[in-house]
Ligand binder design. Structure first.
Ligand code: ADP
Ligand code: ZN
Length: 625
């Protein structure tokens, strides 16, 4: 054991954070978690996407390795990302490796030798590999010699059938604990719901583990939900006005829409790539790699894209279609701004979204209990979309956290004007009622709006709807206003859209609205004023652990550009994404402070000992020149 003990190296969590990662302080719960696990305790960690889960097992792994306890085995389902994860540790000077099906035999044997010799601090492996006899024999050998320091189970929600990420092989992981009960374990996930949590505790036998629930707030993300008018134009304006040159993700509800949207953005001169499960594996792989490695690409994707994507500088996540529920929305938007710098979660939402999502549930295969649950979850998301008050208060409230108005969402920044739509709502409902009375038929929203606005179309004449008492009683409202009224009636469950033609049907609660017992307040759709550009423009709501960066002056920008070019060369040479070399924020800080010595350079967040040594001289020369 003494062979792997490195007494010259710091073996305390905070010292490791400073020396290896170059960070000044732990974030939130990180410190408590890291101390608990470094000391040999078991932990279950619930932390939002971008909250900083990796450090929670990486620091204990390094601490325990330096104390002579050997290797931490990290279980992860994300084979495609292991290369970059290990590459990032390599850049930090941490001895790490991965074993998965992508390795050649020779490489695998070399890694196994390093592993058995106790040279590695972390080993990443896929769950199916860990359960093979060969791997178990290695674990036995390590364990006998006291060189098995920790099991880290990442994406622990994969053990639950409840979510959509279930992996059969995760069920076998309970074996690790049965076989090696004394080896500490840490399980991590960003999925917070109670059902998933219970599954994790049960299936991974973590009943005695300490539970850490971090705040789910992501203060640097600004939430904005706009009403769909012309979604393409709205998206384009959002991208051009606020995110030119930024990397981001645009989520769409279908494969076809992904392809159309990506092609259309390209035709508008924006660099965009498609990603969905129907594309060939190597196309997916290439597009994902390019998104991670190149600057400023827009990934247009279905929800098939995203799990484990730890690119820190995704500056926006846009939704062109409504996600399934708040959990999905939060997970997807959480991929923005992991680096703590300002980022946007932007969604366009309209009448059709409500109709589609409701129908998907109604027509799904699930049993009635599950459907009821899904409807409840959709209702919570619709309430968020229709809200006039702080979006973040509602989001956090959904996860059981109390908070005050955030000052960094659309409703806080520009409190929406509202108008009283109670009367129009009654008119619409009674018009639907008249349709039924007259001919027993149902109609969709387009025809209803025509009748309300007194438009004589062929369809209106053929049904004799000009003679209805409700014909033309809503001429004072625009079509868009009427769509808003109907959307809200659908969202609140007073109306239901049915069948191929989305014909509208009154629900029992419509009676309360007709009677005037329910007040409906609608936002006045307003075009958001053009905002100052995000980065460095002094936006509010930066992450708590760093003050918002000062803007760079012209010379600073020149230095920043030079640093980025240098970084691109290094990244290419090492076959790694640029952010693995240094984050944007670290380069910006170098450009701003212009350190003149290694000591000054070491004071910048993100510059640890290994990078200082490897890159310091080149950086100082570049900054001096
Ligand atoms: P998660 O896995 O929870 O989604 P990550 O582990 O990828 O999040 O961390 C998100 C980003 O925050 C990473 O780029 C990481 O380097 C950074 N980070 C994490 N903890 C700290 C810290 N204490 N100080 C500075 N940066 C941090
Ligand atoms: Zn707010």
């Amino acid at each position: 054991m003494s062979a792997v003990l490195s007494p010259s190296l710091a073996a305390e969590p905070l010292a490791v954070l400073h020396e290896v990662f170059g960070y000044g302080a732990f974030r939130g719960e990180q410190q408590a978690i890291v101390e608990h696990v470094s000391g040999g305790g078991d932990a279950l960690v619930l932390m939002p996407t971008g909250g900083g889960k990796s450090l929670c097992y990486q620091v204990p792994a390094i601490v325990r390795h330096r104390r002579g306890h050997g290797v931490a085995v990290v279980v992860s389902p994300l084979i495609a990302l292991m290369h970059d994860q290990v590459g990032a540790l390599d850049e930090l000077g941490v001895p790490a490796a991965f074993l998965n099906s992508t390795l050649e035999g020779d490489d695998a044997r070399r890694i196994e030798r390093d592993l058995l010799a106790g040279r590695l601090a972390l080993l990443y492996a896929a769950p199916e590999r860990i359960l093979t006899p060969r791997f178990e024999a290695m674990l036995d050998s390590l364990h006998e010699r006291g060189l098995l320091s920790l099991f880290a189970i990442d994406e622990a929600h994969c053990v639950s059938q409840w979510g959509h990420d279930f992996r059969e092989e995760y069920l076998g992981l309970s074996r690790l604990h049965e076989r090696f009960p004394a080896v500490p374990r840490i399980a991590l996930t960003a999925t917070a719901d109670a059902h998933t949590r219970t599954d994790i505790v049960e299936r991974l036998a973590l009943a005695d583990a300490r539970l850490f629930v971090a705040s789910f707030d992501r203060p640097n993300i600004r939430y904005t939900i706009v009403e769909k008018a012309d979604p393409k134009a709205q998206l384009l304006r959002f991208l051009r006005d606020e995110h030119e040159g930024d990397a981001g993700i645009v989520y769409c509800g279908s494969r076809r829409k992904v392809e159309e949207t990506a092609a259309w953005l390209e035709s508008e001169g924006l660099p965009a790539l498609p990603y969905h499960a129907g594309l060939e594996a190597d196309v997916r792989r290439t597009n994902q790699d390019r998104f991670l490695r190149e600057d400023g690409l827009v990934m247009v994707a279905t929800i098939a894209f995203g799990m484990g994507i730890d690119k820190p500088d995704v500056r926006f996540v846009a939704h062109l279609d409504l996600p399934k529920n708040i959990e999905a929305y939060y997970q997807e938007t959480g991929r923005a701004g992991r680096d703590g710098a300002p980022a946007d979660a932007w969604m366009a939402y309209g009448l059709q979204d409500v109709v589609n999502q409701r129908r998907m549930i109604d027509e799904g295969e699930a049993d009635e209990d599950f459907k009821r649950l899904q409807r409840g979850k959709l209702d919570a998301l619709l309430a968020l979309a229709e809200a006039h008050d702080c979006r973040r208060v509602r989001l956090l409230g959904y996860f059981g956290e109390d908070s005050g108005a955030c000052g960094n969402c659309d409703n806080c920044l520009t409190p929406p004007a509202t108008w009283d739509a109670t009367e129009p709502a009654r008119k619409a409902l009674s018009c639907i009622y008249r349709f039924r009375q007259q001919g027993g038929q149902r109609f969709g929203s387009g025809h209803l709006i025509d009748v309300l606005r007194g438009k004589v179309t062929d369809k209106v004449s053929s049904y004799g709807h000009e003679s209805l008492s409700t014909f033309g009683i809503g001429a004072d409202l625009s079509e868009a206003q009427w769509r808003g009224v109907l959307r809200q009636l659908l969202a609140l469950g007073h109306l239901r859209a049915e069948g191929e033609w989305n014909t509208l049907e009154l629900m029992p609660s419509a009676r309360d609205v007709l009677r005037g017992d329910v007040q409906l307040l609608l936002r006045v759709p307003a075009e958001p004023a053009k905002r100052a550009r995000g980065r460095g423009a002094g936006r509010g709501g930066a992450a708590a652990d760093k003050p918002p960066p000062l803007p760079l002056d012209d010379e600073g920008l020149v230095r920043f550009a030079a640093l980025k070019a240098w970084r691109a060369d290094v990244a290419r040479e090492h076959n790694l994404p640029a952010y693995v070399v240094f984050h944007d924020a670290t380069l910006a800080e170098m450009a701003r402070r212009q350190p003149g010595s290694l000591d000054e350079l070491a004071g910048i967040s993100g510059v640890g000992a290994k990078k200082l040594h490897a890159y310091g001289p080149a950086l100082l020369e570049l900054l001096a020149g």
